[in-house]
Design a protein around this ligand. Sequence first.
Ligand code: ZN
Length: 294
Amino acid sequence: MKQILGVDIGGTKIRFGVVNENGKVVKDLTVPTKLPLYPYLEEQILELKRVYPNLTGIGIGTRGMVDAETGVITFEKELEGWQGTSVKAQLQAATGLQVEINNDANCAALAEARLGEAKNFRRVICLTVGTGLGGGIIFDGQIVNGTHGGAGEVGHLILYPHGQLCSCGRKGCSEQYVSGSALRRIIKENNLLDSETGEWILPHQLFKMAANGHIVAKAIQEQFLSDFAIIISNLQAILDMDCVVIGGGVSESAEDWWELFLEKIEPLKLKPLEVKRASFGNEAGMLGAAMLLI
Ligand SMILES: [Zn+2]
């Protein structure tokens, strides 16, 4: 059976998975991210190739923006030296295997669309609410990349013109309102402290407090969910997808807010739309990366 190496490159960890063509993971390994990244990555992959000689290809999902055709990282500020790296050409030369590379949120979306919650839908958008807000568009089982690899950058859809400054240099991007880091900023602004530790509360604690009727927490949650619903409505107006899948760390506490969230979306829908919670957790990026070759 065909085996693909799926690689998910994050800011602090790199996850490797040897994945069979049916999507079954036979080896799962996580190592810390080290710089300079390319030589370290190549070394790790060559070692895995020695252990798994039947590998037929390598799929990589990475932070930042990627030109999927050329396999070059076109934008990434956190991982020093990674931007501009010609990953696909260099790794193909080093391993002799076919290499495909894409953005990590696109890979996570591909896993959901091919194997997960959205596998019976044709036009899928997957939103990953973690530290940031990532997005991936999968139409007919394929990633929609756009001209420069920038399609699906939902986190940089402007939600509040002239609003909070974003890491992209513009103001008012959705990521500044709907993400884990946005919630942390708002928690600090409202000085919501954990009574036991004296530290600022975490997003999942905020949702728990809202569920228990805390007035400030409820107001923050209300704003968060209504902003999130508007993003989905805007995406529907452009793309008319049939399914939206919500994943990422913040969505792990969704049992506390999911019903309310669906209620917020309902009046904003232009057409029927399924909104679902992701099937996969952290493994989505690695699985989807392997799916780039399956
Ligand atoms: Zn932005």
